[in-house]
Ligand binder design. Structure first.
Ligand code: ADP
Ligand code: MG
Length: 404
């Protein structure tokens, strides 16, 4: 549904031209909703808690105003410390900063303790002599901090990214200890995909009158026809064959949970007459992945079988059909996967194949999206999977009833 609010562009945010240039070079044409709301708050100097689901652009929501700040204020020493739960994230955020900050000459260092002595020395140098932005995991940052050489006197921003995950991973104490090494007067920004009570508690301990932004979880776009089918695990590939055989479709995306099932399924589906198939997973090197994506975009083959590396954020136009070969473990992944179809004004179809063991996970997804997803009848020749006699998890009342 459209609301009547005007569209906000990055131009409306009054950012430094070099920051604008960085944004343009990343190919961002307008801010995402969380960016639209968070950037002005951060620029105003207030503390912020922002809660928005994964894949909504939270990273740039804090990197852009930080880059703007660095460009417009006297700049000496480390200006921002970003704390994240994993080393992969330190690297990913560092890369995004290097992209967005390319025209601003931002210096940054990911501190995650590669392990070797040389890496440690480089981190130590950055933490001693300062660079504009430091991104690190709580444990590694503390290991340096207790040594006494970390210089953060000029710090302006503390960012806790993926705060919910950091708490899940038991980093609360480490984060609290890190605070002792930071100047008291600073701007605190916290980003999280969810807002459990512990997050509010942590916010209370760390932040000063934070502005709170909470964006409701996105539901699958209205243009997506969603359906699901209860089927024996061992019949799933055959069912896809059956559904596609004789059809004319140009762009189908099949998600499977593991690399090995992706590889296997890509082979199996290759026998469907009229369709060619490629696989996409993390064993492929980056150039191969990009080449595969490009030929998929160009419609050089019809079926792409992929792990979740493709479910988030990647924009491919006009995918006609998304098939979930497995029910995604994480309910949010479902929204991301089916969201690959029906982008913008298009309509699309999504089918999820549910084995008896996966039924509970699927019901959690239905709870998240807030409605029941249409159950397709199995074609002749297929046996419906039956739910195991004992549920894997305690029942919740919402799914006890049989649907009519
Ligand atoms: P989150 O932290 O909310 O999970 P990310 O910050 O990792 O999400 O962003 C998800 C993806 O969206 C990234 O690939 C990022 O480059 C892209 N992205 C971020 N902001 C924009 C924008 N304004 N326009 C287009 N793409 C964007
Ligand atoms: Mg993030």
């Amino acid at each position: 549904m459209e609301n009547s609010a005007e569209t906000i562009f990055f131009e409306n945010l009054h950012l430094h031209p070099d920051a604008m240039e960085g944004i343009a070079s990343m190919g961002f044409s307008k801010p995402t909703p969380v960016q639209e709301q968070a950037i002005p708050v951060i620029l105003s100097g207030a503390d912020l808690i922002a809660c928005a689901q994964t894949g909504t652009g939270k990273t740039a929501a804090f990197l852009i105003p930080i880059i703007h700040h660095i460009l417009t204020q006297t700049r000496s020493g480390t200006q921002a410390l970003v704390i994240v739960p994993t080393r992969e994230l330190t690297v990913q955020i560092d890369q995004q900063l290097q992209g967005l900050g390319y025209y601003s000459g931002i210096s940054s260092k990911a501190v995650y303790g590669g392990g070797d002595g040389a890496g440690w020395e480089l981190e130590k140098t950055a933490l001693t002599q300062g660079c504009d932005v430091i991104i690190g995991t709580p444990g590694k940052l503390l290991q340096h901090m207790v040594m006494g050489y970390v210089q953060l006197d000029s710090l302006k921003f503390l960012i806790l990214d993926e705060a919910d995950r950091m708490l899940d991973m038991g980093f609360y104490e480490d984060i609290m200890r890190i605070l002792d090494y930071l100047p008291k007067k600073r701007q605190n920004l916290m980003f999280s995909a969810t807002m459990p009570p512990q997050i509010r508690q942590m916010a209370k301990a760390i932040m000063h009158k934070p502005v709170e932004i909470s964006l409701a979880l996105a539901k699958p776009a209205e243009g997506i026809m969603q359906s699901a089918c209860l089927v024996q695990e061992s019949d799933k590939a055959r069912l896809i064959h059956h559904l596609l055989e004789g059809k004319k479709m140009e762009s189908i995306l099949v998600f499977a949970s593991t690399k090995s099932s992706v590889k296997q399924l890509a082979k199996t589906l290759a026998d469907i007459p009229g369709f060619s198939v490629r696989a996409m997973h993390s064993d492929l090197d980056q150039p191969t992945r990009e080449a595969t994506l490009n030929s998929y975009r160009n419609r050089e083959f019809q079926i792409l079988v992929a792990t979740d590396i493709l479910s988030r954020g990647i924009d491919i136009d006009r995918i006609e059909l998304v098939i979930n070969y497995n029910v995604p473990q994480d309910a949010e992944d479902y929204v991301h996967r089916v969201g690959r179809t029906a982008r913008a004004e298009n309509t699309g179809l999504a089918i999820t194949l549910i084995s008896p063991r996966e039924l509970e996970s699927f019901k959690r997804i239905e709870k998240l999206v807030g409605y029941q997803i249409y159950r397709m009848k199995l074609p002749d020749g297929f046996k419906e999977g039956h739910a195991p006699a004992t549920p894997e998890r305690p029942h919740r009342s919402y799914n006890r009833k049989k649907k009519g």
